[in-house]
Design a protein around this ligand. Structure first.
Ligand code: 3HC
Length: 311
């Protein structure tokens, strides 16, 4: 690329300003954004499955309506993010193909099963809580379309977290059985939620470059720590405990110390061998096949519209 273009790109990044779709950008910058935005979009769509399992089994009409709204929001988040990825020159079909063939991933967190209704609370409070901590800095990402998609997504995520917290709050103050169900869900979702932030900084191959390009504003470990510091007081107000005996406030650090994360489990799940990876992918492949007729009909309709316009 000619030097002026490279200079303009680097000056924009250095000035903490936005790169827009029509701007020149290094191939690696484009590839990193396609990788991350696509995986983010895939996560939103696959993430509909664990929660979708409980829509027909919600304990009340109110809970059903709230959960349905949340799952529909996740579909919308996926749509915004696929649109942001398309501005980089990839098509949604290509990205879907890469997901279905396993060449692109989605967040490890969605490979765990949702065993009870309380999981809807733990997912809202912990998984959406972690997503908010990770996504708010992305509203200042150097790539315009991704940052703008995040602004709208983060607003909807705060509703997702509140409704999850409220489910656990109600259960923790219910019968002994309901309280035990809430505690069991928190026990199962706590560590996988910490893993959402990615591997430790010294094992994160993409962080340095992503931070230099203003794509990643804080490191994996910094955001993980921020999430722990936020969650501990909330667990106390829920009167539920977090499954980590080493969790304690460290006055020197001004943060909570916490126990070791099982990185073998993390990489096992990321590599496709978690509890629900196969089931999630089978379901997604089936949905793609079952939905083919809708895509064909929409394309045929669009072609007819175009033909009418031209005629
Ligand atoms: N699950 C699956 N793969 C993960 C992962 C996780 N939790 N954390 C890291 N990885 C992968 C990375 O994709 C990378 O693999 P790749 O080269 O094949 O893509 C590898 O592990 C090394 O990790 P790095 O830290 O070097 O990679 P990144 O710089 O991309 O950082 C990230 C990982 C922090 C997850 C970053 O990609 C990110 O911020 N992504 C956008 C946010 C996102 O995807 N959130 C998860 C979605 S949850 C959600 O939105 C649903 C909610 O609405 C309920």
């Amino acid at each position: 690329a000619d030097a002026a273009l490279v200079e303009a790109f680097e000056a924009t990044i250095a000035a903490d300003e936005r790169i827009e779709p029509r701007d020149w950008m290094p191939d690696d910058y484009r590839a990193t954004l396609v990788r991350q935005i696509a995986q983010h979009a895939h996560s939103e769509i696959i993430g509909m499955q664990p929660e979708g399992n409980w829509i027909t089994r919600a304990p009340s009409l109110r809970r059903k309506a709230i959960l349905m709204a949340k799952v529909q929001d996740e579909a919308g988040h996926g749509a915004y993010l696929y649109s942001a990825a398309e501005t980089l020159g990839v098509s949604r079909d290509e990205l879907t193909e890469q997901l279905l063939t396993g060449r692109q991933k989605y967040s490890s967190i969605f490979n765990y099963p949702t065993l009870t209704w309380a999981d809807m609370g733990a997912i809202g409070w912990l998984v959406d809580g972690a997503a908010i901590v990770n996504q708010v800095p992305i509203t200042r990402c150097s790539y315009g379309p991704y940052a703008r998609a995040m602004v709208r997504i983060c607003k909807e995520e705060s509703f997702h977290q509140r409704q999850g917290f409220e489910i656990l709050h109600a259960l923790a103050r219910g019968t002994e059985a309901q309280r035990a169900m809430a505690q069991d869900a928190v026990d199962r979702w706590w560590w996988p939620s910490l893993m959402m932030f990615g591997p430790p900084d010294d094992e994160s191959p993409h962080s340095a470059q992503s931070m230099a390009w203003g794509i990643k504003r804080f490191s994996n470990d910094e955001l993980r720590q921020r999430f722990v510091d936020m969650a501990v007081p909330q667990a106390e107000s829920l009167t539920l405990t977090l499954p980590d005996a080493e969790l304690r406030w460290n006055e020197q650090r001004g943060h909570y110390d916490f126990g070791p994360i099982d990185w073998d489990e993390f990489w096992t799940v990321v590599k496709g061998n978690g509890p629900c990876n196969r089931q999630r992918m089978e379901h997604r492949r089936a949905a793609h096949a079952d939905g083919a007729w809708v895509r064909e009909a929409a394309a045929a309709y669009a072609a007819k519209q175009d033909a009418r316009r031209v005629a």
